[in-house]
Design a protein around this ligand. Structure first.
Ligand code: PLP
Length: 352
């Protein structure tokens, strides 16, 4: 701590991302990255890229990428905002749609960055308790009169909230923003994007980090009616005009254009997830139904923390959260079939 820190800086509890270890090679199932590389077209793009271009600033509004995403979703370019990872998009949302001391509603078990942003932007969290199976009590999100944010599917549970309930939340909160964080939507759920034309209070946030295999490029985006997007752009341009570098933007365009490859990868991940869930249930694990590229599971016969440690010692890295209500669960990213087979073989040997 330094005497130069502001009081707010002193009080912050920054988000702790999953580790990216360097000590040895792990089967890495801890940060929900894709086990597959991005579209092969990106390899070609990078090989052919003329580095001279990097002397110039990138386009501040990432026009081509916004155009590409808008076409994919049947929106206009003005309904798309791009940020440096969806974490940045979410941070800009907290700035654009909330004033200091405003309430912000989100589930108790959800993406832990929401707590961090609420603190950073000095908002008042209104935290809704999920039930023991981590289901969202929808009625508690209706007529809130305060901005709402939730991931769908939820993280770290993987549980999906049916789209009709998402609409109900949007519809019953017409005067406040409803942010649907769809980082994992491509792995099984239905997107709230279809509500954008009818509701001016819905903002959908997505990422390139999971289903599009570009976590290393740091690209995320928000979709919503033009005025909502303008709000985000105002904040962005008051903070950093060029959050998206030239290379990242081109990679993003290729990732969206290569629909065939995208479909192949996400279907494969869904298939591997279903297979893994089935086997883990056979081994006695309680697995929360997942529509994401990870599963959340516990076993009554072994403490999650102990299992986390022994998996790590054996070269398999998963995510353990030492937090209330979830400290007996492990979050396991879906890897390749081979990686998941290695995990399952290890679990079988434990003979639980
Ligand atoms: C629910 C949720 N939202 C947003 C993000 C951020 O993704 P990124 O900043 O890589 O786009 C994550 C990352 O794990 C997440 O789990």
């Amino acid at each position: 701590m330094s005497k130069f820190w502001s009081n707010l800086t002193k009080e912050l509890k920054p988000y702790v991302p999953g580790e990216q270890p360097k000590d040895k090679k792990y089967i890495k199932l801890n940060t929900n990255e894709s086990p597959y590389g991005p579209s092969p077209k990106i390899n070609t793009l990078l090989k052919e890229y003329n580095a001279d271009d990097l002397r110039l600033y990138p386009e501040p509004t990432s026009e081509i990428l916004r155009e590409t995403i808008s076409q994919y979703y049947g929106l206009t370019k003005d309904e798309v905002f791009i940020g440096n990872g969806s974490d940045e998009v979410l941070a800009l949302c907290f700035m654009a749609y909330f004033d200091k001391n405003d309430q912000v509603v989100y589930p108790d078990i959800s993406y832990s960055f929401y707590n961090v942003y609420a603190k950073l932007f000095q908002l008042q969290p209104d935290i809704i308790t999920l039930d023991n199976e981590f289901k969202i009590p929808v009625e508690q999100f209706l007529n809130k009169n305060a901005g709402i944010i939730f991931p769908n599917p939820n993280a770290p549970t993987g549980r999906y909230l049916e789209i009709e309930y998402v609409e109900k939340i949007i519809k019953t909160n017409p005067d406040t923003i409803v942010i649907v964080d769809e980082a994992y939507i491509d792995f099984g759920g239905e997107s709230a994007v279809k509500f954008i034309k009818d509701y001016d209070n819905v903002l959908v946030v997505q990422t390139f980090s999971k289903s599009r295999s570009l976590a290393g490029s740091r690209l995320g985006f928000a979709l919503g009616q033009k005025e909502l997007i303008e709000g985000l752009t105002r904040v962005k341009d008051s903070f950093n005009s060029y959050p998206i570098d030239r290379l990242a933007m081109l990679c993003g365009v290729e990732a969206f254009k290569d629909v065939e490859y995208f479909e192949l990868c996400r279907k494969k991940i869904i298939q591997t997830r279903e297979k893994t869930v089935k086997t883990m249930k056979e081994l006695g694990f309680h697995v929360i139904p997942s529509q994401a590229n990870f599963i959340f599971a516990e076993h009554k016969k072994i403490r999650a923390e102990d299992l986390f440690i022994s998996l790590k010692q054996n070269g398999i890295l998963v995510r353990y959260f030492k937090a209330n209500k979830i400290d007996n669960y492990l979050r396991i990213t879906i890897g390749t079939d081979q990686e998941m087979d290695a995990l399952v073989e290890f679990l079988k040997k434990l003979d639980l």
